[in-house]
Ligand binder design. Structure first.
Ligand SMILES: [Zn+2]
Length: 222
């Protein structure tokens, strides 16, 4: 699936959903205590599977590595060795966003969870024009049928805990179970975050919303 994620970033680049170093994706299998995330600062259209970062999820009160005591009473993460190339790279700066959505898998507890963050032109343009993406689903049943769109996150600094917290809140993330109410959320002046059980399914939520935003903006009625 890491190869599929690389394919998706190539496609996202072709569609102007990202410039070279933008965008980040994470993936977790339900039976693993770790997830993979794209590295920071590399060209995403030429990303290779061995450049991913492997991240261990440390639940609250779990044993520490030396077995001499318990961890803190909050969730944590740490990098695990993966490949020689990736050891020189850092995980995406948006790791707080991904970690919060990967630490518990909620409705995806028997599957895979993929979190995709990109900057699609028309989604960002629509939010810039003052449109709440959550409201345009009413006029477009083909969108609302397959994709649940969350209320926009307002301007928040990129690569921040504030961005992560605001996205988690608007996506309806339940921190006790990991359940997520919506499939996609827009961040004003920035981009979108989509979640599903495979890279291409998450991609489709973005594609569907991007298509409708393009139509709405082309209509001039909003
Ligand atoms: Zn971004």
């Amino acid at each position: 699936m890491l190869e599929t994620i690389c394919d998706i970033l190539v496609e996202a680049y072709k569609r102007n959903w990202i410039t070279s170093r933008d965008g980040n994706i994470s993936i977790r299998h339900h039976d693993r205590d770790h997830f993979y995330i794209t590295p920071s600062g590399v060209r995403k259209q030429t990303l290779q599977p061995d450049q991913f970062k492997k991240i261990l999820i440390k639940p609250p009160h779990s044993w520490n590595e030396t077995g001499t005591g318990f961890q803190a009473d909050r969730w944590g993460w740490k990098e695990l060795p993966y490949s020689d190339i990736s050891s020189n790279l850092k995980p995406s700066g948006e790791i707080p966003l991904h970690f919060g959505l990967q630490k518990l898998m909620g409705q995806h507890s028997n599957e895979v969870r993929v979190v995709v963050h990109v900057h699609p032109t028309y989604c960002v343009a629509a939010m810039h024009a003052g449109i709440d993406l959550n409201t345009i689903v009413d006029s477009f049943p083909e969108l609302s049928r397959y994709t649940k769109v969350a209320p926009n996150v307002p301007d928040v600094p990129p690569i921040s805990q504030e961005l992560a917290d605001a996205c988690h809140k608007n996506l309806g993330l339940n921190h006790e179970t990991g359940d997520i109410k919506y499939d996609i959320v827009g961040i004003k002046g920035h981009g979108v975050v989509a979640i599903d059980v495979s890279p291409w399914r998450a991609f489709e939520h973005i594609e569907r919303l991007e298509h409708i935003c393009k139509i709405v903006l082309a209509s001039g009625k909003h």
